[in-house]
Design a protein around this ligand. Sequence first.
Ligand code: NAD
Length: 248
Amino acid sequence: MGEFEGRVAIVTGSTSGIGEATARSLVATGAKVVVNSSSSIEAGEVLASELGTSACYHRADVSSEEECTGLVDAALEAFGRLDILVNNAGYTQVIPHRDLDAVTEEVFRRIMDVNVFGTWYLSRAAVPALKASGDGNIINITSIAGLIAGGSCIPYAVSKAGLNHLTRLMANVLGPEIRVNAVAPGLVETPWTETWDALHAAVADRAPLGRSGTSEDCGEAVLGILRAGYQTGDVVVVDGGLTLGAIG
Ligand code: NAD
């Protein structure tokens, strides 16, 4: 028996990067997973078929409340229950923080729609099934950009700060049936950051652990939270020590 045999998870944005690694980790421990994305449909179908009977793919844009409801329904239809929701799908644009005029209302709204409203819609839609699970878990993939004054652009950092607090606020009201936690990665090697060579070099130089994170590092943190049954409302930083800011 795998450690999470019998559990069913939705991992949003799981066709690449952190979401894909998390979906693979969950399946490796015996869980069943609904793979999701809004646009990379073929990659999702290929991953789900590689994972066999432990996975299915469901396309949904998390910024649509209706599609979030459809995603929860798809999990219940495919596997009959829902125990774990990993809100990983995210959106950003790279905009220097000093360039306030480059932040259009359209960009700000899209970032909030996907990152904040997406997590809110899907979490709310999943609550009844997660309560019925008896051991429900919501894990939000946020960012250290929500903790320090950094990140790819100001709206992204604002959205991730909002998610860190949403994590605490929902944890406060959803126990004891549901635990709510966040994983806040530093810089991670994924398709999202594949052209950010200078930043990867800077992190390798500055972080105590001497490298950027991997998607698997983040998947491990998700499994760690699932194992830690008395942990809720926590934001687990996975950044190789980057934000310690230590000198010496
Ligand atoms: P990625 O580009 O590899 O994956 C993003 C996934 O989200 C893809 O599967 C994409 O299809 C999906 N997606 C995008 N918009 C969506 C939507 N509206 N609905 C459903 N799915 C959608 O990127 P990644 O680096 O693995 O990022 C995953 C998460 O990790 C994001 O929330 C990101 O903010 C967070 N994060 C990443 C880093 C990093 O350095 N890579 C650091 C901190 C936090």
